[in-house]
Ligand binder design. Structure first.
Ligand SMILES: NC(=O)c1ccc[n+]([C@@H]2O[C@H](COP(=O)([O-])OP(=O)(O)OC[C@H]3O[C@@H](n4cnc5c(N)ncnc54)[C@H](OP(=O)(O)O)[C@@H]3O)[C@@H](O)[C@H]2O)c1
Length: 247
């Protein structure tokens, strides 16, 4: 049976580490990204190293009308997809977004509205195929509790995690598996130069954890593992104390 993964937001550092892992596991790949020709050297290297089919796909998550027909178009042009991987995201600038509704909309739309649209269409496509398949979506530990430094991004990721929970519940009796990924800090262009980072993981470590969790049919992955316990503590700090913390 052919296995093909469609990766949305394939220029991301985590996406590229994931692409390498998935190709090594035998997946053909469709790498969807803005300015996708820039990915050609990466795709060529992947083809050479893994002998898998690697196609590029021009994709902008903020292009709403494109999302509905995306799975069917990829199916027609590249072949059936058995795994959808949503990686795109936008941290944005929380302080700028306080006064700039354009920035605020971009944070909310990229991380929530468009992510939900893309995943909903992919889920319908996968369930209609009635074959084993799945969805992997990258949310964030930032969605587990609102903090003053990034609550717009955190609210969007929290909403995304809740959406994935409902989707997983609806698809539980189908062969479509849904994995929610909640990374802590990862060393990627998104976090470069930010202050206050700790326990920063590499994209390769995160990609390794994601593929293993998907193969083991886990529902929610905190990566690296210790973030599950850090967030357990953070979620349980009483609100009257939490609201005074500088986080
Ligand atoms: N880095 C962390 O510490 C961390 C922690 C938790 C969760 N995450 C999540 O992990 C995922 C991957 O991020 P990353 O850390 O690998 O950072 P990254 O390298 O900055 O990747 C983000 C990617 O999203 C893409 N993107 C943004 N808006 C898009 C749009 N409208 N259409 C298509 N692609 C779009 C960007 O594309 P361009 O290259 O075209 O700009 C970029 O490749 C994100 O969902 C992020 O929220 C990251």
């Amino acid at each position: 049976m052919s296995r093909r993964a469609l990766i949305l937001g394939a220029k991301s550092a985590i996406a590229q580490a994931l692409a390498r892992r998935l190709a090594a596991e035998g997946y053909d790949l469709v790498l969807a990204a803005r300015h996708s020709p820039q990915l050609e050297p990466f795709a060529a290297d992947l083809r050479l190293c893994t002998q898998r089919e690697v196609r590029l796909w021009e994709f902008d998550a903020l292009d709403g009308p494109q999302l509905a027909g995306l799975p069917a178009r990829v199916h027609r042009e590249c072949g059936p997809v058995s795994l959808g991987v949503l990686v795109f995201g936008y941290l944005g600038n929380q302080w700028q977004a306080l006064d700039d509704s354009g920035e605020l909309e971009k944070i909310l739309h990229t991380n929530f509205t468009q992510a939900v649209l893309a995943l909903s269409h992919l889920a319908r496509y996968l369930e209609r195929r009635e074959e084993p398949g799945g969805l992997i979506a990258i949310s964030s530990v930032a969605g587990d509790r609102g903090r003053q430094s990034n609550y717009f991004y955190g609210a969007a990721k929290g909403g995304l995690s809740l959406f994935l929970q409902g989707l997983r519940n609806r698809l539980a009796s189908t062969p479509v598996h849904v994995l929610t990924v909640k990374p802590g800090f990862v060393d990627t262009p998104m976090t470069r130069g930010l202050e206050g980072l700790f326990l920063v993981a590499s994209p390769e470590k995160v990609a390794h954890d994601i593929v293993r969790a998907y193969q083991r049919k886990k529902d929610i992955l905190y990566t690296p593992w210790f973030w599950r316990y850090i967030m357990l503590i953070i979620r349980n700090i009483p609100e009257r104390l939490f609201k005074r913390l500088k986080l």
